[in-house]
Ligand binder design. Structure first.
Ligand SMILES: [Zn+2]
Ligand SMILES: [Zn+2]
Length: 341
């Protein structure tokens, strides 16, 4: 099969072609695994974290990609819950141990043996991939593969982030950063909580216009004071400045949920502006989001089908994975990028 291989770790500014397309041996499904013919794979900011070494792959070369939609073409021994021809998706959670206290409590995202698709095992930047049958999700009808792919990470982790805000009907939600995840959160919240007020902070005027077109209450640049303090804010940026500013914009008792696997070091000095009275006192909370559970993925897929969520996508052939990654880093466009083999 054809695959895009990550062979070395480095900064994308210095090496704009970190992936190489090569012909590699087809994966063979072992007991409990299925083989999937990839129809689409979303491009995620976490891939940049892998390429640049903030969350490096378990081994090299690695096939990245953890928003995979495709068709089951072969079942390994002992697989009973899927059939050949079924349309399925694979998300960031590739596997978890199933026996630890976290797994048993439905918090498999925090399992010590959490394995990630496209980081600990080969992912979807390829024509074929294999995955454990128990961690493969049926894709509801009504989505084509390129529409469904961004739901598997941007959507599912957006869903988890929103659940962690504890937002209740009538409350206000801020979104710091407006990329692939945030625009799905807007559509989801509008469906589940039609009266919620949504405030968007985005650096790029195109992103602010995109947010306004989706019907948000207010959109401004980072550093612009929203018209009212907010009950919760989800930060999806790689930077620190939005963290400090978001804490300032929260109501007493408000919660900041940080949906980022790693933060970049470039603006870490912004943290020195943290003022206890202004940013933390009055029981403001900070909560990070780590990974997703299978339940997050499956609940979100159902919700997305009910709400008829249609992510805005930009399609690239698999052979242009490097260009998609560079454009993601430069944040030139809105919506979600998807690779098609
Ligand atoms: Zn992701
Ligand atoms: Zn576990």
């Amino acid at each position: 099969m054809k695959a895009q291989l990550l062979t070395r770790i480095g900064r994308l500014e210095r090496d704009s072609r970190p992936l190489q397309e090569e012909e590699v041996t087809d994966p063979i499904p072992e007991a409990g695994e299925v083989l999937i013919q990839v129809a689409a794979c979303g491009v995620c900011h976490t891939e940049l974290d892998e390429i640049e070494g903030r969350t490096p792959p378990a081994y090299l070369p690695m096939i990245l990609g953890h928003q995979v939609v495709g068709t089951i073409v072969e079942l390994g021994p002992e697989v009973t819950e899927h059939r050949v021809g079924a349309r399925v998706g694979v998300a960031w959670i590739y596997s978890a141990c199933g026996g630890c206290s976290y797994c048993l409590a439905g918090r498999e995202n925090l399992c010590r043996d959490f394995q990630a698709t496209g980081r600990d095992h080969g992912g979807g930047y390829a024509e074929l991939m294999k995955a454990p049958a128990a961690f493969v999700h049926p894709i509801p009808d009504g989505f084509n593969p390129t529409q469904a792919a961004p739901l598997l990470c941007a959507g599912a982790i957006g869903y988890r982030s929103w659940r962690l805000t504890g937002l209740r009907a009538g409350q206000s939600l801020g979104l710091a950063g407006f990329g692939g995840s945030a625009h799905l959160v807007v559509q989801m919240v509008q469906h589940v909580m039609p009266n919620a007020q949504i405030y968007v902070f985005a650096r790029n005027p195109v992103e602010r216009d995109f947010a306004r077109n989706l019907g948000v209450t207010w959109a401004g640049d980072f550093g612009e004071q929203p018209p009212t303090p907010l009950d919760a804010i989800i930060d999806t940026t790689p930077a620190w400045r939005p963290v400090v500013q978001s804490l300032q914009y929260l109501k007493p008792g408000g919660r900041l949920v940080i949906n980022a696997i790693r933060k970049q070091v470039e603006d870490q000095s912004e943290l020195l502006k943290l003022d206890y009275a202004e940013h933390l006192w009055l029981e403001k909370q900070i909560q990070s989001v780590a990974n997703v559970t299978r339940q997050d993925v499956r609940e979100f897929l159902q919700l997305a089908a009910q709400a008829k969520l249609r992510p805005q996508t930009e399609i690239f052939p698999l052979s242009e994975a490097n260009r998609a990654l560079v454009e993601l880093k430069m944040q030139g466009v809105v919506g979600a990028k998807v690779l098609v083999p």
